[in-house]
Design a protein around this ligand. Structure first.
Ligand code: 5RP
Length: 233
């Protein structure tokens, strides 16, 4: 199976968790897009759901395909959120934000009673950090914030560069009007310590580690689609 077929297989398996009447957080990225396509088919057949999109891109696709949407302020408690990921570790901690939607993705996932991540098996990693960690920052004082970020991770024994994400020759701007630094560490041994250190820096809006948030991971491989549960705390 191709990677796209695996994404569709994971998305199809996630659809079985969607029930009539649910308020759904809807993720961003190519795997989430596969889910939206399948969800739209079910909506066409009469499934009644209302979605809260995690990005403008997702909102556009949902509207195009006829998936009803509302704002998180109108539905602040969601039944379920379904989204993709860039990395999934054995504790189902995630790296997200490859598509730049990490802030809204985290807010929406946190508002949901259940958070299901869908992915092909290439996203499974022994530890987070191979995929550069997206750190969303306010553009004001970028260099000061970048230095504080580098000092914070150096204090945790991590090294690597925090690079400004650029698209079409310009700093990539998130839906919230912020910018992203992608920090390459190679291996994050203590995601919680890094998360706390980043959250303590003024100018850091959010980072792409989703720690202890995932209820289930639905991971498609060439042999089977596996449903992984987070280990009990
Ligand atoms: C977007 C994300 C995506 O979920 C993540 O990048 C995975 O994308 P894809 O399904 O295209 O591999 O976090 O901000």
């Amino acid at each position: 199976m191709s990677q796209d077929e695996l994404k569709i297989a994971a998305a199809r398996a996630a659809l079985s968790h969607v029930e009539d009447g649910m308020k759904l957080g809807i993720g961003t990225g190519s795997t989430a897009n596969a889910f939206i396509q399948l969800l739209a088919e079910r909506v066409g057949e009469g499934l009644r759901v209302v979605g809260v999109p995690t990005s403008e891109q997702t909102a556009r696709l949902c509207l195009e395909l006829g998936v009803p949407l509302t704002a998180l302020d109108e539905a602040p408690r969601l039944d379920l959120c379904i989204d993709g990921a860039d990395e999934i570790d054995p504790n189902l901690n995630l790296t997200k934000g490859g598509g730049g939607a990490l802030l809204r993705e985290k807010i929406v996932a946190h508002a949901a009673a259940k958070f299901i991540v869908i992915a092909d098996e290439s996203k499974l990693v022994p530890a987070l950090g191979t995929f550069p960690l997206p750190i969303e920052v306010n553009p004001f004082g970028l260099e000061a914030t970048r230095r504080n970020i580098e000092d914070a991770y150096a204090a945790l024994g991590l090294s690597g560069e925090a690079r400004l994400r650029v698209r079409d020759g310009q700093p990539f701007e998130t839906d919230g009007g912020h910018i992203i630094l992608d920090a390459s560490f190679g291996h994050i041994s203590d995601p919680k310590a890094l998360s706390d250190a980043l959250h303590a820096i003024p100018g850091v809006v959010e980072h792409g580690m989703f720690i202890g948030m995932t209820s289930l991971a639905i991971v498609a491989g060439s042999e089977s689609v596996r449903v992984l549960e987070a280990p009990k705390a």
